[in-house]
Every structure is written in structure tokens, then in C-alpha cells.
Design a binder for this molecule. Structure first.
Ligand code: NCC
Length: 336
């Protein structure tokens, strides 16, 4: 299972959907936090997302195992009889719970574009986690390319700040603080999940089920710890509109696609490929719909391309010692 290969087209498809969903999610989330006076409890949205992802993963496991009986056997073996594995997966579930809640705090206090751009700091943070936790080595050039990518994505996504008149009270310091926490959480949880996933042959859907089960418990604690009294008074789904439903839907679909992307590539590739997807989709919009591009976009796209090229270059000084690692990295980049 861990070494299962899939077509390049499938990888590109997953990466594109993940990137598109992530972009839509950020804007839709920001919208729901700024338009309504009867504001919903964001902690409940994070919790419901975990429930939906659990159900979707169960469906995928049925599909993978072929029938309900085998799916039930897998659940019994890997969930009810594997408390240690559940405990292992509770680590990223706690960290992701914090990260997902921080996204709501940040987008309640900052513009979606500012959030998107600042959140790109997760790229070097993820690279650092991969080096520390997966014992991967990056050459100086690769480190440079990681920061170049970070700058490139920032420029590509850059839109001039607008003076939007939002009705709700905002605290930019709180927003930036929340992004800082989200960046650290994203790097750590992503690499931790990848390490657990790739260290055994256990199915991705089983790993997801293990993580989402504890995710539900943790996010429920979050609901009652943060909004407990109000939720009991007004109800769990207070303030839910079709837009909030849409945000929960995107969060669920986005999370599922993220897990597939991490399975077939890795967390650094996820960052590089998402950047490439943003550039390519904008170029496609220029060709197909005559979209006007800005100088910052062109500069950013150039930086993204150069960084991808640089990251894939073989490490000259260490290549004699670790030939397979270099080649693997380059091949992965090309195959994505
Ligand atoms: O920050 P990011 O992802 O790394 O966050 C990962 C998201 O995927 C969920 N996840 C992860 C692994 C797994 N096995 N199952 C999961 O459900 C986590 O719960 C977490 O929500 C990115 O790389 O930029 C990306 O960004 C998020 C999102 O835009 C940001 O976190 C902003 O808040 C995207 N998520 C969505 O679009 C819903 C993700 O697809 C890509």
C-alpha cells in the first residue's frame, strides 16, 4: 500500500483540486466570519469537519477493502485492538485541531489575501520539520530554493490591500499570532502524519480514521472549553447558513485531498506543487479567459519556476555519499 504507484495525471489532479479548494476555502471562511451578525461558533465547524472526514474515510475504506465485512475486520483490528496506534495518531489530531481553529481566529481578524501570503511561511517551517523529524538532508541550494519559493508564492498571490469596511471588530495582532501558531502546527503535524503513514503498510484510510476519531474528541473538548456555555444556550448549529455549510464541505474535501497528496508525494513536494498549480492555473486563465496579469505575478511565477528547478538540482558535494536520495528527490519533483 505504502509503495503503491499512481499515474502522474492522478497526482496532478489531486494537487490541483487541493490547491483550488484551499484558495476557495480561505475566501469563503473569511466571508462567513465578516458578514453575519449571528456569528456561528467556529469550534463547532472544526468539529463537524472531523466527523465528515471520518465518514468519508470509512466510505473510502469500504471501497478499498471491497466489502463491508472486510472493512469491519480492518476497523476492529486497527481501531479497537490498536490503542497504541490510536494514541500515536492523536498527536497530529491535537495539533491539526489547534491549527484549524487558528485559521478561524486569523481569518476573523485579517484579510484573506494577507492570510494567504503570510501563511506561506509554512513552506520553510515544513522543510525544517522534514529535516529534523525525517532525517532528510537539504543542500544549501535546496534551502535557498525553499525560501525563494516562499517569496515567489507570496508575490504570485499578492493583491494590493483594499480598505474593506468590515462590520465586525478586528484585532490584527491576534490574527498574526494565530497565523504563527498555524504555521508551526502545519509543519509539525504534516511531517508527523507523513512519517507514521510511510513507516508501515497500513492503509491511508485507516490512518485517517485513527486520526479523525481522536480529532472528534479533541475538537469537542475545544467546543466546550471555548464556547461551552453559549453552545448549550444557543445550540451547536447556531448561526449556520448555507455558506457555513459550504466552508465545512470545503474543509472536509480539502483535508481528504491533502492526505492523498501527502501519501503519493511528500510535504515539501506539496508546497512546491501547490505553488506550480497556482502559477499554471493563472497562466491557463490568461490563455483561456484573457485574464490580465500583473508584474508582481510574473516576477513571482519566475521565482517559483527557478526555485522548483533549483530544488531538483543534484547536490554536488554530497552526491557521492547519498546518490539515491538526490536522485529520488529530483525524480519525485519531475514525476509530480
Ligand atoms: O495547511 P495545511 O494544508 O498543511 O493543512 C492541512 C489540512 O489538512 C487536514 N488533513 C491533513 C492530513 C490528513 N490526513 N487529513 C486531513 O484532514 C488538516 O486537518 C488541515 O486542515 C496547505 O498546504 O496550504 C494546506 O492548507 C489548508 C488550508 O488552506 C490551511 O490550513 C488554511 O487554513 C488546505 N485545507 C483546505 O483547503 C480545507 C489544505 O488542503 C492545503
Amino acid at each position: 500500500m505504502a509503495n503503491e504507484s499512481v499515474s502522474v495525471v492522478f497526482k496532478i489532479y489531486c494537487l490541483s483540486v487541493m490547491t483550488l479548494v484551499a484558495a476557495t476555502y480561505t475566501v469563503a471562511l473569511r466571508y462567513t466570519r465578516t458578514v453575519s451578525s449571528d456569528l456561528y461558533f467556529s469550534t463547532t465547524a472544526v468539529c463537524i469537519t472531523e466527523v465528515i472526514k471520518l465518514l468519508l474515510s470509512l466510505l473510502m475504506l469500504v471501497r478499498e477493502t471491497g466489502d463491508l465485512g472486510r472493512c469491519r475486520a480492518a476497523v476492529v483490528t486497527h481501531i479497537f485492538r490498536s490503542p497504541r496506534e490510536l494514541l500515536k495518531l492523536s498527536v497530529p489530531s491535537v495539533v491539526y485541531a489547534v491549527q484549524n481553529n487558528m485559521a478561524f481566529v486569523a481569518l476573523s481578524n485579517l484579510d484573506a489575501a494577507v492570510y494567504q501570503v503570510t501563511y506561506q511561511l509554512k513552506i520553510p517551517c515544513t522543510a525544517l520539520c522534514m529535516v529534523l523529524m525525517l532525517s532528510r538532508s537539504l543542500s544549501r541550494l535546496q534551502w535557498f530554493s525553499v525560501f525563494l519559493l516562499c517569496g515567489g508564492v507570496t508575490l504570485v498571490q499578492w493583491t494590493p490591500p483594499t480598505s474593506s469596511k468590515v462590520q465586525v471588530e478586528q484585532n490584527p495582532f491576534l490574527g498574526f499570532g494565530a497565523i504563527a501558531v498555524a504555521v508551526l502546527c502545519s509543519g509539525f503535524a504534516g511531517v508527523y502524519f507523513e512519517k507514521v503513514l510511510k513507516s508501515s503498510d497500513t492503509s491511508l484510510w485507516v490512518r485517517n480514521i485513527q486520526m479523525y476519531l481522536s480529532g472528534i474528541v479533541v475538537t469537542l473538548i475545544g467546543v466546550y472549553g471555548t464556547d461551552g456555555a453559549q453552545v448549550l444556550e444557543k445550540g451547536f448549529f447556531y448561526g449556520y447558513t448555507p455558506w457555513v455549510g459550504f466552508v465545512v464541505f470545503l474543509a472536509s474535501v480539502g483535508g481528504m485531498y491533502t492526505s492523498v497528496v501527502v501519501k503519493y508525494t511528500d510535504n515539501i513536494m506539496k508546497g512546491f506543487s501547490a505553488a506550480a498549480a497556482i502559477v499554471l492555473s493563472t497562466v491557463a486563465s490568461v490563455l483561456l479567459f484573457g485574464l490580465q496579469i500583473t508584474t508582481t505575478f510574473v516576477l513571482g511565477a519566475l521565482l517559483v519556476c527557478v526555485s522548483i528547478y533549483m530544488y531538483g538540482l543534484p547536490k554536488q558535494d554530497t552526491s557521492k555519499l547519498k546518490p539515491s536520495t538526490e536522485r529520488e528527490d529530483t525524480q519525485k519533483l519531475i514525476s509530480v
